[in-house]
Design a protein around this ligand. Structure first.
Ligand code: ARG
Length: 576
């Protein structure tokens, strides 16, 4: 199966070689949808200048060549030199029929499977996960699923913040309240309150601040009792975010934890090696790297601080250790950081220093898949009414209870209703995030995300339920629907051409680490299906061959939607 645009591009390139010689084979065929045919190629316009010939003349020569290809019904020159291509119905029919018969739905596995480390989610111990973590978790998880579908080997790296000077005050506070009481606080999900209480004491009480600093030293020295208490905080937080992962149906497990503390034993050598390599130097008592091209507002070089003047290491040191580890120990070909866009400069500095040190060879791609801000309907940073940051768990529960409200009249059976509400609520929340380009900020609006119309989770879920109900009425299992599919009517032809783009959509989403490209594709599939269903009777089709072909394209649509939603991590209820 071929993605029609790519297949036509290949035909045009071949035609360029035969007509004008191999030098022209690399010209971009510029394939676009056409309003007069299925597709058009605009290559002749740019090529004509290079060849010093008339664009229409050039277009005519290419059109004559590609018109012979089995995929083309007609290739005609129009306007100043566009080539309008009408695809052969027989070709489309063969391609979608083959797609239906293919377990992979025509999605090719990657030609060069890579080992990809994906750094995502990364909440902080003893701090509440916030909406920003929702985005990196959801986008990261969709990305890893799509990578794996293409046959890449993925290493999920949950770089949780479980280390640092904050832990001094957290542990002292824990001792003050008593272990049992502290655990009860944390188990109740009141993580922020715990953190705030510690911070208030730290700022107000010098004796407490002193104790906290000594506690940091004990933690760094690995003093057993301190480590035991620290471990307690870490495990309690872990329980909390694992509960969130389960609710969100995110694939992260404890095996994917690569916490900051993991890199602790490497920090000393990170500093020593960077200094020895001449990439880092002492500056006002601190060891810093000054990667070229990064300057502050005052025009002075910006430091990536590796060892503070008090001897402590920081966030950046850990990231240097992590990037080295990911390349040398994990053997990464590609490292993707699904992290908030406010950390863009930090990560760019880490990448630059790693390249300077030779830790990140050119063959390894390191990228920041930046995540934009989540805002309220007022377009300001998302906050609760009281102005506090919103607990992620509350947000998830609200999505589910609002979904329950939306569907409450439709189901009598409480258990089924709860199940569907859960899938619709979680699906809506995740899809709202995944349907927006990850870098743009997005408005968290429950009413909009739960709407049954438009580019929403419920709309796509509903599309699958509707197709299932067609099969219910036909008393046929979708998996028993078989080709040939013969998309004769314009609406079925459009749907068929769309479905053939499934592989391209996934490949694109993976290449750019942008799951919204897959989401957008699925939305188009669902919309094309709606148009098809309005215009082409399925069960009432008179001719049995037509009925069978339409059932088959409906079955293919269902599988593409289910597979695509699965890759996005969107749960799909059987009924809606
Ligand atoms: N824990 C950090 C935060 O909550 C995100 C960590 C991102 N990953 C990394 N390797 N720096 O902002």
């Amino acid at each position: 199966m071929a993605y029609p645009q790519a297949a036509l591009a290949a035909q045009v390139s071949a035609a360029l070689t035969t007509e004008f010689g191999p030098d022209y084979a690399d010209a971009d065929p510029l394939i676009r949808p056409s309003s007069f045919a299925d597709l058009q190629s605009n290559v002749a316009l740019s090529l004509a200048k290079r060849l010093g010939q008339q664009p229409r003349e050039v277009a005519a020569r290419i059109a004559a060549r590609i018109a012979d290809a089995p995929m083309c019904e007609r290739a005609e020159v129009s306007g100043p030199g566009f080539i309008n291509v009408t695809l052969s119905g027989e070709w489309i029919s063969g391609e979608v029929t083959a797609q239906l018969a293919d377990d992979r739905l025509g999605v090719p596995a990657a030609a060069n499977p890579q080992r990809v480390v994906v750094d995502y989610s990364a909440p902080n111990v003893a701090k509440e996960m916030h909406v920003g973590h929702l985005r990196t978790t959801v986008v990261g998880d969709a990305f890893v699923r799509a990578l794996e579908y293409l046959g890449h080997q993925v290493i999920r790296a949950n770089h949780i913040g479980d280390w640092g000077t904050n832990f001094g005050m957290l542990l002292e506070h824990l001792l003050d309240v008593g272990e049992e009481a502290a655990r009860a606080d944390l188990a109740a999900g009141d993580i922020n309150a715990f953190y705030q209480a510690a911070k208030v004491k730290f700022d107000a009480d010098p004796a407490f601040a002193d104790r906290s600093r000594r506690r940091v030293v004990a933690l760094q020295a690995g003093e057993p009792e301190t480590l035991r208490l620290w471990q307690m905080l870490v495990s309690d937080s872990r329980l909390y975010y694992n509960a969130i992962y389960t609710k969100l149906r995110v694939t992260l497990t404890d095996a994917d934890l690569a916490p900051e503390s993991f890199y602790n034993p490497m920090l000393e050598s990170v500093c020593a090696d960077l200094e020895a390599a001449g990439v880092a130097r002492m500056d006002e008592g601190a060891l810093c790297a000054f990667p070229p091209g990064f300057t502050g507002r005052d025009g002075r070089p910006l430091p990536l601080i590796l060892r503070k003047s008090d001897g402590g290491y920081g966030y950046g040191t850990t990231d240097m250790a992590a990037i080295r580890y990911r390349v040398t120990e994990l053997g990464a070909d590609r490292i993707t950081y699904v992290v908030g866009s406010e950390q863009a400069q930090h990560l760019a500095m880490v990448f630059t220093v790693a390249r300077q040190a030779g830790w990140l060879p050119d063959r390894v791609r390191a990228e920041h898949a930046a995540i934009g801000m989540v805002t309220g309907t007022d377009r300001k940073r998302f906050r609760s009414r009281s102005g506090a940051s919103v607990k992620l768990i509350d947000l998830i529960n609200e999505a589910v209870s609002r979904a329950e409200e939306v569907i409450k009249d439709r189901y009598d059976e409480p258990e089924l209703r709860a199940q569907i509400a859960e899938a619709v609520g979680i699906g809506a929340l995740k899809y709202a995030d995944l349907s927006v380009a990850r870098e743009s900020s997005y408005v968290l609006d429950f009413d909009r995300m739960l709407a049954l119309n438009g580019n929403t989770g419920p709309y796509l879920q509903y599309a699958t339920a509707r197709i299932r109900s067609i099969f219910g009425r036909a008393e046929l299992a979708p998996s028993d629907a078989a080709g040939p599919i013969d998309p004769a009517e314009p609406a079925e032809r459009a749907l068929a051409l769309r479905l053939l783009g499934f592989g391209a959509a996934i490949t694109e989403a993976v290449a750019t680490a942008e799951p919204h490209k897959l989401a957008g594709f699925l939305f188009e599939v669902a919309s094309d299906f709606t148009a098809f269903y309005e215009q082409c009777p399925v069960l009432k089709a008179g001719d049995p061959a037509v009925r069978q072909s339409r059932l088959a394209i409906a079955a293919l649509t269902l599988r593409v939607l289910l597979t695509g939603l699965g890759l996005l991590g969107i749960p799909v209820p059987d009924r809606m």
